[in-house]
Design a protein around this ligand. Sequence first.
Ligand code: GLA
Length: 725
Amino acid sequence: MITYGSRDKIFLLSGKNYSYCMYVNRMGILQHLYWGRKIAAADACFLKAQRGVAAEPSEGDRNADMATGGMPQELGSFGRGDFRSATVVVRRKDGAAMSRFCYVSHKIVKGAVPLAGMPCVRKADETLTITLRDALSDIELDLNYSVSEDSDILVRNMVVRNAGKEAAEVEKAFSFCTELPDTCGTRSALRLAGAWASERKPIVTPIAEGSLRIESLCGYSSHAMNPFLAVLSEDCGEESGECYGFNLLYSGSFAITADVSSEKSIRVQGGVNDCLFGWQLKSGESFVTPQAALCYSAAGLGGMSRAYHDFFRENIIDPKRVYVRRPVVINNWEATYFDFDNEKLCSIIDAAAQLGVDTFVLDDGWFGKRDDDTSGLGDWFVNKKKLKGGLKAVIGHCKEKGLKFGLWFEPEMVSEDSDLYRAHPDWAIGKAGVEPCRGRNQLVLDFTRREVVDYIFETVSKILRENEISYVKWDKNRDITENYTASLPADRQGEFWHRYTLGFYDLAERLTKEFPNVFFEGCAGGGGRFDGGALYYFPQIWTSDDTDGLERTKIQWGTSVCYPVSSMSCHVSACPNHQTQRTTPFATRGAVASLGATGYELDLTKLSEEEKAQVREQIANYKQTDELVLKGDLYRLSDPFCTNYFCEMLVGKDKTRAYVVGERFRGDPCDHDRVLKLRGLDEGKTYTVKELNVTASGAALMGAGLFYPRLPDCGSWIWHIEEVR
Ligand code: GLA
């Protein structure tokens, strides 16, 4: 609910468990008052009196501007007394960039406000737009806030508008800014950082005076840093204490910063990376920033995660695809790499059919001249030398065996050894006269150019139109360099990164619209583009190239801090694992993979009879629990980063069913009789834990708990829990 008290000029926004409050102060500045536990409208005046007015300069104070430096604000401006990082910087024709944005008007509308050409929240109950105008120029801002009664997520973004006659240059335009007050306690920041094959490790560091900045400079959200930051209070644990989450619904180069001022309040803001950024605004033009999903949780990290999971499933991921029962796939990548022919693929398909797999996904290597990673990208035509009878032969074989068919593309890339590059060398990102950086021997197509996106749309569409394809894996295997396009003049090169991202969104929008019955999976060298922007188009993303039974527990744990398990593709692969060389039990790999959209990534023809029996069992288990994967609430029980166990639990929304998966990493003689307390059950209900033959109340299972199973190295367990009626 959004209310505005005109006497005090106070805005109070409330969602499921939180309230967010701000007011227009005497100077016309939008001053931040509060964000935390839900409060009543009557309390807003107390907040203004206690927190707001105290920070305001007195009437007629000639030094008033300098007071803005310590004022909690909804927007940081530049060059007028606020020395913390600005949220927006616009340089005018005369070179001046100082600004003071003041309230002009506001409106409250029903629903969400769609963003053209960018991912955005699909529904909300209400949206507040506050328009501010620079007292020193003709720049206007719209600050948008969308709330929903049933959600703890507040969606924000900003639009910068040139209401003047002369062109201006936006040097920085973040999506949101907010301030968390000093609570006299230590606050820390949690980020999800990593690398290829070890994405999204939760890293917690203290927040101290000065600036903390996380960012991507790779042209996409990246393996190294997820576009997410959380600020944790001292008492924040997995299921208790306060935390604040900041998640950018954006897949390009981003930055999120947390500045602690001498007043000790923490200003958190973020958006499109301002490094190398510039955007020209002619008279009347606007720059629309991506949205950010802000979350307040008084129920610890777990509460925040569940709020984000519901938000992504209900408000971001395509409603037509989000709850689609995920096919169990067999992907041939680690089974064959580039080395396959019809015979090899058909033998994998035959084995898959016998084991109950639903979909065969043909990975890299089926197109152009593609026998290794040096050639072929961009030539989205079947390599008939490799695949006799083309895709139709493979698809026909799948159909015969009762399997559906999926196909890999890497639409944003081009190999120099390709017909596409030979025809259009200028379509690759680069600058004439500068030797381009190569990554995995390939170049990136210039998606800032409409004709390039159009061409890829046509060629990919042709394949999808002419073949029975139910699943697409959309990959992206390198970072973006050179950051230059011949399609823009010298003074507009700062637009490159964001325009590239808009090109990616344009293609994703067109393909997912054109082929509503195709299920699109995202991928970027594993989980390099796992963000809220990508989830808008891809309900599921390949979580990591690392499918090791132990490492995966960490990757999936970290990913779940923000993203729902239904969005994680999780496959069982061969051992020794191709990334870590570790051998883990087949059952463990299956158990870990069952906490996401399950599949297989190995040569099924090489499995022993015992392993085949396990695959059948794993698939049967998955088909029993996939409802919980798609719609359940996640509780993280045992942290693989700091304990000898990994354990997560999915609980149905009606609390009649739950599913627990755990792994013990190393045999440890000191592990005896440790107790694992379950979470999320209904205290008053009675449950059975099938595998243990235990019947107990939810109160007992959560209060007293169960003993951790004793298991060998990397041994795992699965518990199915059901209400006894
Ligand atoms: C990336 C993906 C893999 C596979 C290869 C193919 O690394 O993450 O799953 O598709 O590309 O080249």
